[in-house]
Design a protein. Structure first.
Length: 165
């Protein structure tokens, strides 16, 4: 799984002129499920461990400022301190784009929707459980308008297959 996270001061997701999720301070997480993440219909033990690792990593990543302005606090720290804290997860198959040939990206490395959807939903549930708050979402497979104010800017790329990077 690939995740592109952005620290935001506010964000929202709109589908068909309806706001389906909005937050103040927090994280917007664009989540891509690849074919290698969804080799079987059912979520395997290894896939469940990837989901758990990624959700925990994102919840505990120290990218929010402390009292001195240093990035020493996580979203979980903010939740536990009862501060403004939220998260929105948006499905993003384009994170698996292959741009090696020509000018048009190929998306064949992205998992098919019937396999990606349960993994996306499992990730959202896991992140919600780790944080202890409801996590907002987009609508899987829909055309979405994602509006955000990237705070910092802070944007970080994670891939569950490249944990040591």
């Amino acid at each position: 799984m690939r995740a592109l996270l952005q620290r935001v001061s506010k964000a929202s997701v709109t589908v068909e002129d309806q706001v389906v999720a909005s937050i103040g301070t927090g994280l917007v997480i664009l989540l891509g499920v690849g074919q290698e993440d969804a080799e079987q219909e059912a979520i395997s033990k290894a896939e469940a461990e990837d989901i758990q690792w990624l959700a925990g990593k994102l919840a505990r990543m120290r990218i929010f400022p402390d009292a001195e302005g240093h990035m020493n606090r996580s979203l979980l720290d903010r939740v536990e301190a009862d501060e403004d804290a939220g998260a929105i997860v948006v499905s993003q198959f384009t994170l698996h784009a292959n741009n090696k040939k020509g000018q048009r990206p190929s998306f064949v490395r992205a998992a098919r929707p019937e396999k990606a959807t349960p993994r996306y939903e499992r990730f959202v549930a896991e992140l919600s459980a780790v944080l202890g708050i409801e996590v907002g979402t987009g609508v899987f497979g829909a055309h979405m308008d994602v509006a955000l104010v990237n705070d910092g800017p802070v944007t970080i790329w994670l891939d569950s297959r490249e944990r040591g990077y």
